[in-house]
Write a protein that binds this ligand. Structure first.
Ligand code: F0G
Length: 470
């Protein structure tokens, strides 16, 4: 039992084994459960109001005050300032989108998009990577590894490339990674290992290889990653002047974000920084819907951390998937995951935030993505799932028309140009190859290029015919 004020602890209250802050672990040695970074707040003097952040706004030239993660350092106080590795992550935006509000069917002015595409590597992963990197540096690691559907690897690669603190080793599935992301990993110089398998295979292998070679693992099973990802919610609150929204809607893949958000809100409530927690909606792609099946169909619950039949139910579900040879399959390749590593933590978050889970089709994902693009900052397909899920929940009457809803846009539009171009294309073969093969039938919100001869008169006619003057 550790006596430190900051330590690691098994999430299962029935086990609650603890580990020192300086250990690199991704599972409990006693029971195999996930770990939390735990704080003895009484000894850490946490902030009693949000003044502590506001005071930092005038000190933005200091890297730890500039970073959208580390300006909240007092709420993730596991690192000494001298160990913090920051590349300016977390300068992101809560964007009010009336176009998307209309699409979803909530009142104008009530729908916000938390745009994490503005991070240095173009996805929310940098929030977590800065935290994991900081821990890795503090304990002297020299190599870091991850399995990835693309964004984690891009993020790890950029931190390695900018800081030169560690070498990146990334595991990816074959043919499963969007080009924007792959190009980042290669350009940033990461050692890229392409497994003949999918993400779930790569995830299993990277754990084995990292253990065998003593490489620091930065997937979201790393509890420090999730400490950084808590700050996405702090920035939402900051942008809303510390008012709690009614709903947070987030895509679910490996379930790191949803897990981090639940922990963030539980801690803020315990510290008295918020008086209520928002509701959480986690959105699966229909072709990668393990959480939806377990939570909504089978009724699996965190149940205040009483494991009960938890492990048996999950194992039975996975065994069934194996017997069927069932593989994850969605255009939203970022969330093409069937064995989410943070499942138990996500169930806990759903309990904390009275959560719901929905699944949306690739058709709904791409239509929602096109609406996001037309109404603002644009996103990659996985992020479109949050907007598609919010629309579903509004149609079901679960989200009310006048409720304040925040959809998290997890990744930048340029991450997956293939999906975007295929949606907007006039080339039927391209549409069929990329999208129809996944059950997408229509591109209702497509913005098609107008083909014209190379003649000025024709060009002028086309512009007059198609352009809007107001
Ligand atoms: N959105 C994007 C753009 C992602 O890249 C991911 C995960 C998710 C959503 C799902 O988030 O895992 O916290 O539920 N991408 C991981 C990767 C798996 O390897 O880049 P989650």
């Amino acid at each position: 039992m550790t006596t430190d004020a900051v330590f690691q602890r098994c999430i299962w209250p029935t086990c609650a084994a603890t580990y020192a802050l300086g250990e690199a672990r991704v599972a409990c040695a006693e029971c195999g459960g996930l770990l939390d970074v735990a704080y003895d707040w009484e000894r850490l003097e946490p902030p009693g109001s949000w003044d502590f952040v506001e005071k930092k706004w005038g000190r933005r030239t200091e890297p730890l005050c500039f970073s959208g993660v580390w300006r909240f350092r007092e709420l993730l106080p596991f690192a000494e300032p001298r160990h913090v590795v920051t590349i300016g992550e977390g300068q992101t935006l809560l964007h009010k989108s009336d176009g998307v509000a209309d699409y979803i069917g909530v009142q104008r002015g009530r729908l916000y998009l938390q745009y994490e595409g503005l991070n240095p590597s173009g996805s929310f992963k940098d929030n977590g990577m800065t935290a994991a990197f900081t821990h890795a540096r503090a304990i002297g690691a020299s190599r870091a590894a991850c399995a990835s559907t693309g964004n984690t690897s891009a993020s790890l690669a950029v931190y390695c490339s900018v800081t030169k603190h560690m070498q990146a080793v990334i595991f990816i599935g074959s043919g499963k990674i969007a080009f924007g992301k792959l190009s980042q990993a290669l350009d940033y110089g990461a050692l890229t290992v392409q497994i003949a398998g999918d993400f779930d295979d790569a995830m299993q292998r990277v754990r084995e290889a990292a253990e065998a070679l003593n490489i620091y693992l930065v997937n979201s099973v790393n509890p420090f990653r999730l400490e950084g990802q808590k700050t996405i919610m702090y920035r939402v609150l900051e942008a809303l002047q510390w008012e709690v929204p009614d709903w947070i809607v987030v895509p679910g893949g490996n379930l790191g974000n949803s897990s981090a958000f639940g922990k963030a809100f539980a801690e803020l409530k315990a510290l008295g920084l918020i008086d209520r927690v928002p509701r959480l909606a986690v959105i699966n792609a229909a072709g990668a819907n393990t959480l939806f099946e377990l939570y909504e169909t089978i009724g699996l619950r965190w149940n205040h951390g009483q494991p009960g039949g938890h492990n048996d139910e999950v194992r039975a579900f996975y065994d069934h998937m194996n017997e069927q040879g069932h593989r994850a399959e969605t255009i939203a390749s970022a969330i093409e995951i069937n064995r989410p590593v943070n499942l138990a933590k996500c169930l806990r978050a759903l309990e904390i935030c009275q959560g719901v889970v929905r699944e949306v089709t690739d058709q709904e994902i791409l239509d929602a993505k096109a609406q996001v693009g037309a109404g603002g900052l644009g996103c990659e397909p996985a992020s479109g799932a949050s907007v598609a899920g919010a629309k579903r929940l509004r149609e079901e009457g679960i989200i009310g028309r006048d409720e304040r809803v925040v959809c998290v846009l997890t990744g930048h539009q340029l991450k997956d140009p293939t999906a975007t171009v295929a949606y907007h294309t006039t080339d039927q073969d391209e549409f069929n190859r990329v999208l129809a093969s996944r059950g997408v039938r229509r591109a209702t919100y497509a913005n098609r290029a107008v083909a014209v001869p190379n003649e000025l008169d024709d060009i002028i006619k086309a512009i007059q015919l198609y352009s809007r003057t107001s």
